[in-house]
Design a protein around this ligand. Structure first.
Ligand SMILES: *Cc1c(COP(=O)(O)O)cnc(C)c1O
Length: 366
């Protein structure tokens, strides 16, 4: 059986180092807001190429806290609009509505699955305050047109980098190109913790200070509360796991790229649409997503032949019950994507011979 993602195998590869790091934390007697967190924050900031990194509890909180901090700073207020791709994972949208801001959904590019930069401008109104730029499936979503719009309309550019650790836009890393970026270290992401974890990266020192404060009960000084904050912290033990994982990230992304290249070069089937890639370093292949007009049949065929696949995602945000008020909206490109996409197995521990088995099955599909 070829698993979609073998988390056990992924973490087993680093077992000795992870155990040493966990033991260090157990024996330190210090479990929150300590040296492990400081070390990881500074290593990750350096890796991404920003001055500030704030560890938080998960990726959704990272995005929520960025917007909340802009509200505290007076840069946004209730009812202001944030542009977001219509086909994103729901977390990007939840972060917006949770802050009583208004998501404005924009269609993606049908081959790259990222927001279509040339459809953004006509959705900008006097209330538009930001763009939530999602690097979906691990591919950079930044584009010169978006740079132009951000500067022309003075927008905040917030990156959702949950699926794109290590990805680049030209010379820069994603996570360093916007005003602030949210990262998730959910176990299945390219760089996964052994539980929930997340971070915000930014060059903005003032924003970073507010996010750090908000995530710690709104408190800068113990028992003195400057904001109505929340509890969203990155535990010492997860920070220690992530410091181990960060050292492996580039090598592991290269392994993902090898599998992706193998798929791209060898899958040849008239009914299968392969993903379009901008540049070698602009994709870290969190997911390898193909399209087929009869996706469910294809998924069953692969399952019958011992290949696990998943669908990212079966229902777009505007068709969810959680957003009933949008259920009658129509986003044909997004809906086509949700009906046709299928994610093939890909990871840092997948072998080329496994990829070859998947390719052979796909090419034999009738
Ligand atoms: C995983 C993910 C998130 C949320 O991260 P969590 O750590 O699970 O809260 C946000 N956005 C995208 C695009 C994601 O894939």
């Amino acid at each position: 059986m070829i698993k979609f993602l073998d988390l056990h195998k992924i973490n087993k590869t680093h077992e000795a180092e992870l155990s040493r790091a966990a033991n260090r934390v157990i024996n330190s007697g210090w479990y929150l807001q300590g040296e492990e967190l400081k070390t990881f924050e500074s290593e990750y900031a350096k890796y991404i190429g920003v001055t500030q990194c704030i560890g938080v509890a998960n990726g959704l909180d990272a995005l929520r806290l960025i917007l909340r901090a802009y509200i505290e700073l007076g840069a946004m207020k209730e009812g202001d609009e944030i542009i977001v791709p219509a086909n994103t994972y729901i977390a990007s949208v939840l972060a917006i509505t949770d802050n009583k801001l208004k998501p404005v959904l924009v269609e993606p590019d049908i081959y790259k699955y990222n927001i279509d930069p040339f459809l953004i401008e006509k959705s900008i109104t006097g209330r538009t305050k930001g763009i939530m730029l999602v690097h979906l499936y691990g591919q950079n979503a930044m584009h010169p047109e978006i740079e132009r719009l951000v500067s022309k309309y003075d927008l905040k550019l917030i990156e959702d980098s949950a699926q794109a650790h290590g990805c680049c836009y030209g010379e820069k890393r994603t996570g360093a190109i916007g005003h602030a970026s949210g990262h998730s270290f959910y176990p299945g992401k390219n760089m996964g913790a052994l539980g929930d974890a997340g971070a915000v990266t930014t060059h903005d020192e003032q924003l970073a200070d507010i996010i750090r404060t908000l995530g710690n009960y709104g408190s800068r000084k113990k028992y003195v509360n400057d904001y109505q904050g929340l509890n969203s912290r990155l535990d010492e033990i997860q920070a220690a796991m992530l410091s181990v994982k960060l050292k492996k990230l580039d090598t592991e992304n290269e392994q993902r790229r090898r599998i992706a290249s193998y798929y791209l070069e060898n899958i040849k089937h008239p009914e299968i649409t392969l993903p379009k890639v901008e540049a070698y370093n602009s994709h870290v292949w969190h997911l390898f997503v193909i399209r087929h007009p009869n996706r469910d049949k294809l998924q069953k065929y692969l399952a019958d032949n011992e290949v696990q696949t998943l669908i990212h995602y079966p229902i777009p945000p505007h068709k969810q019950m959680a957003y009933k008020e949008w259920n009658n909206l129509s986003f044909p490109i997004t809906e086509k994507i949700h009906n046709e996409v299928l994610s093939l197995p890909i990871s840092q521990v997948m072998s080329e011979s496994e990829a070859d088995s998947v390719v052979k099955l796909l090419n034999r599909l009738v």
